[in-house]
Structure formats: C-alpha cells, structure tokens
Design a protein around this ligand. Sequence first.
Ligand SMILES: [Mn+2]
Length: 269
Amino acid sequence: MADYVIGDLQGCFEEFILLLKKVNFNPSQDNLYLVGDIVARGPDSLSCLRYLNDLEGSAHITLGNHDLHLLATYHLNKKPKKNDKLDNLFNAKDLPALISFLQQQPLAIWLESYQSLICHAGLSPHWDLETGLKQASNAEKKYQGKDALYYFKNMYGNEPLSWSKNLSEINKFRYTINSFTRMRFLTSSSEMNFIHKDSPQKFPKLIPWYEHPQMQKLKSTKIFFGHWASLLGETTNLNTIALDTGCVWGNSLTLIELKSGVKTSQTAV
Ligand SMILES: [Mn+2]
C-alpha cells in the first residue's frame, strides 16, 4: 500500500497514465492525492475526470482554479472558452455525473499521519493550519450546498486581498477560494497579488506565499501544492513542495510517494 500525491494534470491524460504505470499504481491498495487543476488547456480533460471518477475511493482531489471555473461555467450555463479545450467534456453524456463528482471534492486535505496539507495554490499566511482547514470546510459547504449557484456567481474577483474575521460571508468565501486556488505572491503589506505568475526571481519586491514570515509558525508541517508552473517544482522551503512542473506546457508531470518522499516524473509526450 502506497500513498502518492501528483501535480496538475490539466487534461494530460496520456502522461498521467504513463506516470501511474511507472510507479505500479494499484487502485485497490494505493491512494492517489491530486493537487487540483485536473482539467483545462490540455488535450483530454474528459478522460482525466472519467478515470478519477472510476477510481472511487482511491482518488482524492483538492480543487484548483480551473476545476472551480469548470463547475461555475456548467452551473451558470456558460460556454467553455476555446483555449480550455473542454468541448469534448461538455458534449459528453456523463457530464452531469462528472460535475457532481468534482463538486464533492474539497479545497484542502489534511493527512495527519504525514503531517501534510494538500491544496492547489497554498495556505494563506494570514491563517494557522486550523483556521485554514476550517475556512476550507466552510467554503466547501457553500459550493456544495443549496445556495451553490449564488456562490459560483459571486466567486469571481480579486477582493478582498487580505483576511479579516469581520469580512462578510461572501467575502470570506471569495478570499478562501482565491487563497487556496489562485494565490502565488503577496505584497510587503501581506495582500495577495494576482498580477504575476512568473518565477519569484523576477519580482524581488513580492513575497511567494511560502516565504512569508508567518509561514514559519507551521514548523514541520508539509504543504504539497500545484498551480505555479514557473517554479518548476522548486521552492526555497523544504516543507513546501511544489508539484506543478508544467506538463501541459511541454515540461513534465510529477508525483511523490508520501512515505519515502521519492519523486517520479513523466516528460510530456
Ligand atoms: Mn491553477
């Protein structure tokens, strides 16, 4: 029995299957954790979702910005953007079942036995672990509950850039979604900056979320995240493990075995 965590698939189904073969993934014994962005931009989002849905109990996803955008697009009856390459998925007969499967997935997963958090973009430095998990759970109830449509409608936008206990419910929701699924940099006043997505060396005045001084309080807690392809799997902090190695951009797909920490990659085909 092994537990694996894998980077952003973004529709790269072929590489996904090749990588699982490399580690002899056995769905009846092993667990697969995914940092999200299962869909969009790559060639076969439909097969990625179908495969994960069929794995049932052995696949555990934390939603990414592209996954949430898919859910909102579907529920708000909008057409997917051409460059997201989601036409096959939207024409599939099992689309409602796949949407329902995706919508049941959380924003964050805490693995007590590995002292590890799994999420798409990262943990807001405004929060300790407990607050982050609580806010993730609150937001999940909103996008899975009877008022989901209202929350998908009001999900978009960059504000608020900082957390406060006094925010309204919708602002708390938006901050939680943005920090768990879109965050990369913070400003020196600890506000999220959504403008830049390149590597941190290019923006010396901005702070990658995992380098924020507040992150030191997490000590030995590990955070596995995706979303930031230009990091190419490298951070300055041993406890924050970047898994988006840009398969959809022609680089590679990365998987880590949680117990040993052994990394396995599959080059884009
Ligand atoms: Mn992303």
